[in-house]
Design a protein around this ligand. Structure first.
Ligand code: RP5
Length: 305
């Protein structure tokens, strides 16, 4: 499969992780209506479908009590520009125009068994960015020089990626995060990597901070090592019928000849409990759609999966 710029890996996906029994972060108090595979598409009639409505309590405030990254619960007075950039909020989906019913956007991948925003801030698309930082797995040979490690079954070289352990659910993931209001996704890629995989917020010595930021910025700017993997929907467990995650996932690949010099040592911070290099293979169990993104990276780079 050729990976082209702007390729949308999951355009025709059937979401699964946002159809689990319980809505996340509710202590199992919010139960989704079970949506069978054949009832996921909105164009399949299901007149009895009437799932619970849930929006997390901290998103129901008004004025100063509402986080800057969240919409008001009632959008009637706001006149949102659905399917468009809207001030410093991007309400445009990567995957084309979504439908809006009674001022509530409809999840373009179909039913999820819960209405409202759940714990997502925006009605409609909630944009994120995922930096997939990779390198070849190497070992020293008898003469002390590095050689790429191949997998015994496929004889293909093994890629490693920077993984973080999410504090919220304990799952391993790519160190991505939400695009802040007014921020562009490219800046989010860098900021999230610095925060979650390099703990930049806790690096108090100014020179060290500058050196880390400069080193990673240079690496992320290098177009020779950068490749867009996915821009589109994410099968995130937080998705609802009216709010969903979308991301721009970009691979930054360290060439093997300079593998040791591109990045500082990993150090988990922000929403990450751990940050480590992990061998990529099909048995990695990762948050949301992150395994799909890694599979695409292995195909692109000719690595073991
Ligand atoms: C996933 O949630 C995205 O792929 C991204 O990795 C992440 C962003 O949400 P937070 O990590 O900020 O919660 O859907």
């Amino acid at each position: 499969m050729a990976i082209k710029l702007g390729h949308n890996l999951l355009k025709v996906m059937t979401h699964i992780k946002c159809r689990g029994k319980f809505y996340p972060r509710t202590d199992n108090a919010v139960i989704r209506t079970a949506v069978p595979d054949d009832k996921v598409p909105w164009n399949i009639e299901w007149p009895e479908y009437n799932p619970v409505t849930y929006t997390a309590p901290h998103l129901l405030g008004t004025g100063d009590q509402l986080p800057s990254w969240a919409d008001p619960e009632d959008m009637a007075g706001v006149c949102p520009k659905w399917n468009s950039p809207d001030g410093n909020v991007n309400r445009k989906s990567h995957i084309g125009d979504y439908e809006v019913h009674n001022n509530k956007p409809r999840n373009p991948c179909g039913r999820t068994g819960v209405q409202g925003r759940g714990c997502l801030g925006r009605w409609g698309p909630n944009h994120a960015a995922d930096p997939i930082v990779t390198r070849w797995k190497t070992e020293k040979d008898e003469s002390g020089s590095s050689k790429m490690v191949t997998h015994p079954k496929t004889s293909m070289p093994i890629l490693q990626f920077v993984a973080i352990k999410r504090k919220d659910c304990g799952e391993w993931a790519i160190p991505g995060g939400m695009v802040d209001p007014g921020e562009d996704s490219t800046s989010t890629l860098l900021r999230e990597f610095l925060e979650e995989a390099l703990n930049i917020e806790e690096t108090s010595v100014a020179e060290e901070r500058h050196s880390i930021v400069n080193q990673v910025s240079r690496f992320f700017r290098d177009i020779a090592i950068r490749q867009l993997i996915h821009s589109g929907y994410v099968d995130d467990p937080r998705n609802t019928d009216n709010a969903w995650m979308e991301t721009m996932a970009v691979n930054f690949h360290q060439p093997s000849e300079i593998a040791d010099s591109c990045l500082p040592s990993l150090n988990a911070g922000s929403d990450a409990a751990e940050a480590v290099w992990v061998d990529i293979c099909s048995s990695n169990s990762l948050y949301a759609s992150h395994s799909d993104f890694l599979k695409a990276v292995t195909m692109l780079r000719g690595a073991h999966w």
